[in-house]
Write a protein that binds this ligand. Structure first.
Ligand code: PBG
Length: 345
């Protein structure tokens, strides 16, 4: 036994059995000694460019309006949206994801395909403001625009009609690409939506507009605050088109289909309760993988922080790091712009 250990340990000095097990030479704690050391050896880090900021714009607002269940998030006016987009660019955020809230809704979501509809106007505004400095993603779905709140059009007996909905998605795609979206976020969970949208974009000459497929989107209670944010009219649920939280293998099948249909990026949603899915997906595919930290995840953390029960900034950064560690290359989060500053301070 070494004399150093012997000096440290009277039992060794006295000839006791080797205490190497009790005094290990390999000490993982050495790599945790200083914050510089921890920073250098960190296996995963979140970069502002990884982040995508979802933003809401409501038709007819003169000033931004707070969303009670999403403290710190607003329904933007046209003006405040342009400013928020510019702020995200200044912070180095990677992307923006735009959702529109129309003044009028109908059964087929006409406001979505109206070139002068709120989302399409906002896409033009934002593209004019920030150009190609950030990736502008448009939510491609009907739920914000339909009077019944479903992500598709309905059959006479009230079911969501998959193939009739695809025709509406094809129209939405071309209008949104015309309005300046760089990428379309297909969040409706209709079968075949990626193939149909890809074909519609290509036929319209938008071969460079990319598709972010919400490939594994679960029927989640964590979307609650979002429904307030978009003033959703939905009664009932989306369980016939969004995935059952019990299923994991099904997510891999959905992802494989979307990639085969031409998805450029696949997304898992929600994020934190579905890190296992995110990890499985990211270890199987070679396209970029995104995760959406949804409204309920954000709201839970904000509510706990507001009560002083958790440290807000630490929780915020820890959740993003966990999502990155699980395999996300891109993270949609309502904290994007703030997090970008926190990450670079
Ligand atoms: C559908 C859509 C939803 C969300 C994003 N896109 C709502 C839903 O599927 O019910 C939820 C996002 C969030 O909760 O933050 N267009």
């Amino acid at each position: 036994m070494s004399s150093v250990l012997g000096k440290l340990c009277p039992a060794v000095e006295a000839g006791a059995e080797s205490p190497v097990g009790a005094f290990p030479a390999v000490r993982p704690r050495r790599l945790r000694t200083t914050s510089a050391m921890r920073r250098m050896v960190a296996e995963h880090r979140v970069h502002p460019a990884d982040l995508m900021h979802p933003m809401f714009v409501r038709e007819g607002l003169a000033d931004p309006r707070p969303i009670t269940s999403l403290p710190g998030v607003v329904q933007h006016s046209r003006d405040s949206l342009r400013k928020a987009a510019a702020e995200a660019v200044a912070a180095g955020v990677g992307g923006l994801m735009l959702f529109g809230i129309p003044a009028e809704r109908d059964a087929i979501g006409s406001a979505g395909t109206d070139p002068d509809g709120v989302l399409n106007v906002a896409l033009r505004d934002v593209r004019a403001e920030v150009g190609d400095e950030i990736v502008i993603v448009s939510d491609l779905c009907l739920d914000e625009f339909t009077s019944h709140g479903h992500c598709g059009v309905l059959t006479a007996d009230g079911r969501v009609d998959n193939d009739a909905t695809l025709l509406r998605y094809a129209e939405l795609a071309v209008v949104q690409a015309d309005a300046g979206a760089h990428m379309l976020g297909l969040s409706g969970m209709m079968d075949g939506q990626v193939a149909v949208v890809r074909a519609a974009l290509d036929a319209a000459g938008h071969t460079e507009v990319s598709i972010l497929a919400y490939a594994a989107k679960y029927a989640s209670a964590f979307y609650g605050p979002f429904r307030d944010a978009v003033e959703s009219a939905l009664e009932g649920d989306r369980k016939t088109y969004q995935q059952d939280p019990s299923n994991a293998a099904e997510a891999l099948r959905e992802v494989a289909l979307d990639i085969a249909e031409g998805a450029d990026v696949v997304m898992v949603k929600p994020a934190l309760p579905y890190l296992d899915i995110l990890h499985a997906v990211s270890s199987q595919v070679t396209v970029p993988v995104a995760a959406y930290q949804v409204s309920g995840e954000y709201a839970m953390a904000e509510a706990a922080a507001a009560n002083g029960w958790v440290d807000r900034e630490r929780v915020l950064l820890e959740t993003l790091t966990s999502i990155k560690r699980a395999g996300a290359g891109v993270i949609a989060t309502y904290w994007a712009t703030e997090a970008a500053y926190l990450l670079t301070r």
